[in-house]
Design a protein around this ligand. Structure first.
Ligand code: ATP
Ligand code: MG
Length: 439
């Protein structure tokens, strides 16, 4: 087998071999090479102890990443390589990390501690594959399968559950039956996993090509770290707009949104306020008055719980809060909303509304989608024409206002905002002379 191994990694492998040690590429990079996609990071495992590795690669830049765990990061020739001594893991008592690691002498034992068969392969410089658990066959079959007994592996480390879902979403692979059953069974292990780690996997999962199927099959896992999802998963909605229940509608919205984490999160949470706002009228019809505002509040809590950064959180909350506002397709309304949200968030809102419609009864969604597309095109035209929707493109600035006799200080801002308001409402043209006269 000939593989594209970057020079930096090749040199480290050669150096270790010359030093009399065994050395292999291992883990994610082998998986990706075999799948025919470029790896994004490089891991090497070796029989050399960390100090021996350091001696071998002396002269190159190194970071002693986790000497205790046997890892040395070696930089150079455009690659970053993590070089780790063959190791086995001691017992797990906290459901997340081994109590200690032990250096071992065989590659096989090192591979056995790894999570999934596709991640438990190694390849040497000649391209010889070491695959004791059938990882290659599982890659061919598109299957994610635990190395060893799945239940035990998930109980050792709860993060593996999220990794399985994330790989399934990213690669479009199915989770093998027994592995899948063990995920459902052991989902409570997520309690042992730090919010930041769940966050990291969730981010990648959400932008994965197969995110919809993962949400469909593992709602219980998502409810484990976000119990607020439970009522949405079981929500039925009897309304002409909806031919699906709350969860399937949500999933279709997530699938329809482009693969940006803010948009995917906004779609996942856009109707989170619905169960609490449900009102069934005398005809048996469901209404969800106020669900967007209630949802924004819940979404904020949920994102905080999982330690999302404030920029992501605030944007997602803003989108959830406004996902069902009606924006008339008129220049004045478009400019007003551009002013209110800013360009980026405005277009994200249109995208959220589009994705939301894609999850609604198809016979009714068509018209909404056409209107949204028209609005998007018009907004782009207005921006290209330099139409005014913020102080940035108002025809007068602070200096003009001061020159016209307004006292420097807060009054300047008030005057400018007053003028912008008149422009936005169509009472004044965005022209210098006219605006100065208005002052
Ligand atoms: P990617 O880099 O695309 O996220 P990866 O498989 O390389 O995927 P890493 O987190 O870089 O993931 O880990 C490198 C390797 O270490 C994995 O391929 C796997 O063999 C092993 N590994 C990582 N995390 C775990 C874990 N929680 N339990 C067991 N083995 C793990
Ligand atoms: Mg990796």
């Amino acid at each position: 087998m000939t593989l594209e191994i970057p020079r930096g990694a090749r040199h480290i492998l050669e150096t270790l071999l010359r030093g009399g040690f065994e050395a292999y590429l291992v883990g994610g990079c082998v998986r990706d090479l075999l799948r025919g996609v470029p790896p994004h990071d490089w891991d090497i495992c070796t029989s050399a102890r960390p100090e021996e590795t350091e001696d071998c690669v002396a002269g190159r830049r190194m970071i002693e990443t986790g000497l205790r765990h046997g890892t040395v990061t070696v930089l150079g020739e455009g690659t970053v390589c993590e070089v780790t001594t063959y190791r086995a893991e001691g017992p797990y008592s906290d459901g997340r990390r081994p109590d200690y690691v032990r250096f071992v002498s065989s590659l096989e034992r090192d591979l056995a501690r790894r999570d999934f068969t596709m991640n438990a392969m190694a390849v040497d410089l000649e391209g010889n594959l070491r695959d004791p658990f059938g990882g290659m066959a599982d890659i061919r079959g598109g299957l994610i399968r635990c190395v060893g007994e799945p239940g035990r592996r998930f109980r050792e480390d709860g993060l593996r559950l999220m990794r399985a879902l994330r790989f399934s979403a990213e690669l479009g692979y199915e989770i093998e039956e027994q592995t899948a059953a063990a995920i459902h069974e052991n989902r409570a292990m997520l309690e042992c996993v730090a919010a930041e780690r769940i966050n990291g996997e969730l981010n990648r999962l959400l932008v994965g090509q197969n995110v919809g199927e993962v949400l469909r099959r593992y709602p219980d896992v998502f409810c484990q770290f976000w119990p607020q999802l439970e009522p949405l998963v079981s929500l039925e909605q009897n309304s002409p707009w909806h031919c699906w229940g709350g969860w399937e509608h949500t999933i279709r919205g997530v699938e329809a949104a482009s693969d940006h984490v803010v948009l995917r999160l906004a779609m996942l949470l856009h109707d989170i306020g619905k169960p609490g706002s449900r009102f069934t009228d005398e005809n048996g019809m469901d209404h969800f008055y106020g669900h967007a505002a209630a949802g924004a509040q819940l979404a904020g809590q949920m994102l905080r719980m999982l330690k999302f950064d404030s920029k992501t959180r605030e944007r997602v909350v803003a989108l959830v809060e406004r996902h069902d506002v009606q924006i008339p397709c008129q220049d004045r309304a478009i400019l007003r909303w551009l002013n209110r949200l800013g360009e980026e968030a405005f277009f994200q809102l249109l995208e959220v509304k589009r994705a939301d419609s894609m999850g609604q009864a198809p016979e009714l969604a068509g018209e909404r989608l056409a209107k949204l597309e028209k609005m998007r095109t018009r907004a782009e035209e207005l921006i290209a024409q330099g139409r005014c929707f913020s102080l940035k493109n108002l025809a007068v600035n602070g200096r003009d206002v001061i020159a016209a006799g307004v006292a420097p200080g807060p009054a300047v801002g008030r005057a400018l905002n007053g003028l912008l308001e008149q422009v936005l409402s169509g009472q004044a043209p965005n022209e210098r002379e006219a605006l100065l006269k208005l002052l």
